[in-house]
Design a protein around this ligand. Structure first.
Ligand SMILES: C[S@@+](CC[C@H](N)C(=O)[O-])C[C@H]1O[C@@H](n2cnc3c(N)ncnc32)[C@H](O)[C@@H]1O
Length: 284
């Protein structure tokens, strides 16, 4: 017989040996998943001295093996936290990144405050940005636009689970027709695919499990910013805010695009580490 505490210690050692970062935290999350308890809860801690149930042990060992083989922790546990919201994630949808919270923070600071807003979040994926804005801004309506059926299903599930009023819409942002069916917005946000051809050759192992269509932004990574500005500029009201998440080092090119499309007060906004993560501009 082996206790859960002992299983946890052994697994943390195995994960560490295999090069998994934060091995202890990974092991704890996976044991929580196998037991069916939040690993941060009091109840989880209470169970650690118990002898492990053999079915739970089998499930835990299989999860650890998949983690060692590179599957992202978030896919294995099936959910992840973003801006205080718990979101379902899994194969077929991009895992919401903490970096993206910079975009949400920036929009919350810069969005007009004098009226309930219409917000369109393009390339919405799990719906993380749309749901965070709907929860924290005075909104008349928030629409999340996404092309992938799998991602769209996750977004719909996340809307239900969080009791959100976000409306999930299937659409291709590279097509003008997608913009034509949407209302005039006060705020347009997007965290589009922005990796370059070169970036795609050197992806971290975990990232290779995420959909390529959520990552690849064309040869120079900037295709989606071009499409979105051409197709959606007219969907923004005069004075409306556009906010893009960008990849590291893309700030000058994306700011230039916004200026060429006639936006004003174009700014690069940094995260807590000083890295430019988000470009904003206002429609003249
Ligand atoms: C970088 S992910 C961002 C997802 C989410 N907004 C987030 O921040 O986690 C880009 C998303 O764009 C979607 N996408 C890719 N091509 C698209 C297109 N042509 N039209 C609409 N969405 C697209 C992908 O499926 C993916 O969900």
């Amino acid at each position: 017989m082996i206790s859960y505490a002992q299983l946890l210690e052994n697994a943390a050692g195995e994960l560490e040996k295999a090069g998994v970062e934060d091995a202890k935290m990974n092991a704890r999350e996976l044991l929580g998943k196998a037991i069916g308890l939040d690993c941060r809860s009091f109840e989880f801690g209470q169970r650690l001295d118990e002898n492990a149930d053999s079915a739970v042990q089998g499930e835990f060992e299989s999860l650890c093996k998949r983690r060692i083989d590179g599957e992202p922790l978030q896919y294995l546990i099936g959910e992840w936290e973003f801006y205080g919201l718990t979101l379902k994630v899994g194969e077929g949808v991009l895992i919401p990144r903490q970096d993206t919270e910079t975009l949400v923070d920036t929009v919350l600071k810069k969005a007009p405050k004098d009226r309930p807003l219409t917000v369109i979040d393009l390339c919405s994926g799990s719906g993380c940005i749309a749901l965070a804005l709907e929860k924290n801004l005075d909104c008349e309506q928030v629409i999340g636009v996404e092309l992938s059926d799998e991602a769209l299903e996750y977004m719909k599930q996340n809307i239900r689970l969080n009791g959100s009023r976000v409306k999930a819409v299937k659409g291709d942002v590279t097509l003008r027709e997608t913009a034509d069916i949407l209302p005039l917005a006060d705020v347009i946000t997007a965290n589009p695919p922005y990796l370059t051809s070169e970036d795609m050759k050197v992806l971290q192992r975990e990232v290779t499990f995420e959909p390529e269509s959520a990552l690849f932004g064309g040869e120079d990574g900037l295709d989606f910013y071009r499409h979105i500005l051409i197709n959606f500029k007219d969907r923004l009201r005069q004075g409306g805010l556009i906010a893009f998440e960008i990849g590291i080092g893309q700030e000058d090119e994306v700011m230039t695009m916004l200026v060429r499309h006639g936006f004003e007060n174009v700014r690069a906004n940094n995260d807590a580490c000083g890295i430019f993560r988000c470009i904003t501009g206002f429609k003249k």
